[in-house]
Design a protein around this ligand. Structure first.
Ligand code: AMP
Length: 308
């Protein structure tokens, strides 16, 4: 079975959308990635840090979905990373209200011994120096290294980010961040510039407008499934990344053709994430539900046309 190392925040989030507001609930990039990847039966491990204030039951939740948590350090006298965001009425954009790094400020990641030879490494949203620190610990070069990041790190740690971007095969990033990173408005030009920074594959996530995969002058596009209920987009990007990485780790095929399917899996899983607040919808997702939605995805995107 393929091994997958997942890096990212394990966090408290407080979210406000037009449909409601939450107090501190379970969140974090590694949490969403782990829950999403757990649907592929890969041997995965999360590398992160939390404070003594973090409920054990939240960690158990990951463990119960077969995500190894040996690499999640608990700093007993520290506070867990906290993020708070408020969505605009269209839910396509949000403002970050609070980012408290807390225990993340002095985090030294440790990859569990048994996962240092993992085939796939998913570097989720976290300080780019920590992402690089994880890559440095791998005893053999991963077959696939995927990186996700956000504007926060572009603003405060751009040099570190550019260094780690050089060392990955795939970057997953949202449209606004792709524009910020490249300085280009056109996503096609932005993808080309990001290619030049290192990654052979560039995935640009466009929220409810789907996702684009760029490689060697080829582009693939997957729409997002039109949904009846969208309550909270938080974690959709990470859930996409978890589905993408989980599917690739499971199949062990890192070709462009297979990455197209990985984009479909990522989009499908993200479509569940947004239906409830926080991680709620992802906690008990079943294979049957995923299968049904993949089928809907297929009919949404399939058409025959005779070109004469
Ligand atoms: P997404 O909606 O996919 O962009 O991810 C939202 C998740 O990212 C939330 O659960 C937050 O805890 C986490 N997050 C927010 N800001 C940061 C940051 N600067 N670094 C790492 N994770 C973050």
């Amino acid at each position: 079975m393929s091994k997958l190392v997942i890096v990212g925040t394990v966090a408290f989030d407080a979210i406000e959308t037009p449909f409601g507001k939450t107090d501190k609930i379970l969140g974090g990039a590694a949490t969403y990635i782990g829950l999403s990847a757990s649907n592929f039966n890969v041997d995965s491990a999360a590398v992160s840090v939390v404070g003594g204030d973090f409920p054990q039951e939240y960690l158990e939740l990951l463990k119960n979905r077969n995500v190894d948590i040996e690499g999640v350090e608990i700093v007993k006298d520290g506070k867990t990373f906290f993020w708070s965001g408020k969505y605009h009425n269209d839910m396509n954009s949000r403002d970050t209200l609070v980012t408290e790094l807390n225990v993340l400020e002095h985090f030294n990641p440790i990859v569990p011994e048994n996962y240092k030879d993992a085939d796939v490494v998913m570097l989720g949203n976290l300080h780019p120096a920590v992402q690089q620190g994880v890559l440095n610990q791998m005893t053999k070069k991963p077959k696939l290294a995927i990186l996700d990041t956000m504007n926060f790190w572009m603003d405060i740690a751009l040099d570190d980010l550019l260094s780690v971007i050089k060392n990955v095969d795939v970057i997953t990033i949202n449209d606004e961040e792709a524009r910020q990173l490249s300085g280009e408005y056109s996503l096609v030009v932005a993808a080309r510039k990001i290619h030049e920074m290192g990654p052979k594959y560039v995935v640009i996530k466009k929220g409810e407008h789907g996702a684009l995969l760029f490689h060697n002058g080829n582009v693939f596009y997957a729409p997002a499934l039109p949904l009846e209920e969208v309550f909270d987009p938080t974690g959709a990007g990470d859930t996409f990344a978890g589905g993408f990485a989980g599917y690739l780790a499971k199949t062990g095929d890192f070709s462009f053709e297979n990455m197209k399917t990985a984009v479909i899996y990522g989009s499908t899983l993200a479509s569940f994430c947004v239906e409830k607040f926080g991680t709620e919808r992802m906690q008990n997702l079943t294979d049957k539900e995923i299968y049904k939605r993949l089928d809907q995805f297929k009919s949404l995107t399939q058409f025959d046309i005779e070109l004469t």
